[in-house]
Design a binder for this molecule. Sequence first.
Ligand SMILES: *Cc1c(COP(=O)(O)O)cnc(C)c1O
Ligand SMILES: [Zn+2]
Length: 439
Amino acid sequence: MNYNAWFECEKGCTYPLTEIIYRCRNCNGLLEVRHDMDVLKQRSAADWKSLFEQRYMRTEYPYGSGVWGKKEFVCPNIENANIISMYEGGTNLFWAERFGKQLGLADLWIKQCGNSHTGSFKDLGMTVLVSMVKQIISESGNIRAVMCASTGDTSASLAAYASAAGIPAIILLPKEKVTREQLIQPIANGALTLSLETDFDGCMEIVQKLAARKDFYLANSINSLRVEGQKTISIEIVQQFDWEVPDWIIIPGGNLGNVFALGLGFLMMLELGMIDKLPRIACAQAERANPLYRSFQTGFKEFSAITAQSTQATAIQIGNPVSVHRAIRVLQRFDGIVDQATEEELADAAARADRTGLFNCPHTGVALAVLIKMVERKQIQKDDRVIVISTANGLKFPDFKVAYHNVDDQPKPRYLNTPLELEADFENVLKQIDTHLDS
Ligand SMILES: *Cc1c(COP(=O)(O)O)cnc(C)c1O
Ligand SMILES: [Zn+2]
């Protein structure tokens, strides 16, 4: 089959995916990846499903990857020899039975996207982007390095995939706004790491100017190749439910590429007859970085960029999201909503869910806080199937948890738990256990 995909702007100008271009040369609009849907439709929905099932998490390279197992939907133009995959995707869908019960929900699931090579969902998109760069280089394209601005997870992912490909990486990070764990990732992978005295939006401005120099390839989500990989989240979720569509998906949003990606995957499955309805989508923002929430208050009639305030949810501390308009398009199509969480709400929600066996990052905390509010106002019903997208591994954000469970903090947080420091004396240990276990 002649599967094919290309970049296209809203007005219909097209460019090959191997071209180094981020905005349309005629109208300056963002470029999206379009697929030849007629060719994809030549295979039946049932046949696509069984093909994806056959490949899912097996060893045949690269099809065992959650992303490349769906290669025809993602990026058919890359030769397998140029694919850089770390078998991203295939992440656990955690039945949050106990947490759900506490909220009165029977069918609550957490999609653990942080159980991935670099610890966040960013790997899903980065495998596609870096593979395309390898393809371009193999066709003797001129790319000296790949580069991104990041709130910490994009850079970790880019650095890992670039170093696996043997391509130099340049990373721009806002100084002291990423965790130590996130900072050490690109450093360990050998990336040229620049720590700039600004915020993410400031890094983004500089990286876009650098991209005007053609030989640094821009890896931010303005580049729609990443979105193509990320959209497999929705296909994978539905596949994990034997192709049933959930009622609600709650997803934290910063630059808003991931909300857009989530929608794209569902729309593609709908068009190909693989599903017959769409879920509703709730985008969750931190109150201190909430430009989309503000826009939602106006019925999406207005949108203004803001200066994001400092939040524990550092990966979504973004005031001027690059994918805002396409995210709004998705939310309108999916009868979506936007809600927000305060610092206290996100930390309590993460800690509360941790007590039922999870280990949530602060961004997942934002989504969980929004879930709690939606249940309280009965927007979510008790039998609804709800999926919360957990975007990163909690282990990347230990200070978030350490700070929460700090006994010296006042007022004491609701789910505080602290270690008992004891002498190694058996009788005393026994006594302390008896005193504390059921208290
Ligand atoms: C990137 C990221 C987000 C936000 O995704 P966007 O596409 O920028 O909206 C949320 N959580 C984590 C952990 C991230 O790394
Ligand atoms: Zn155009």
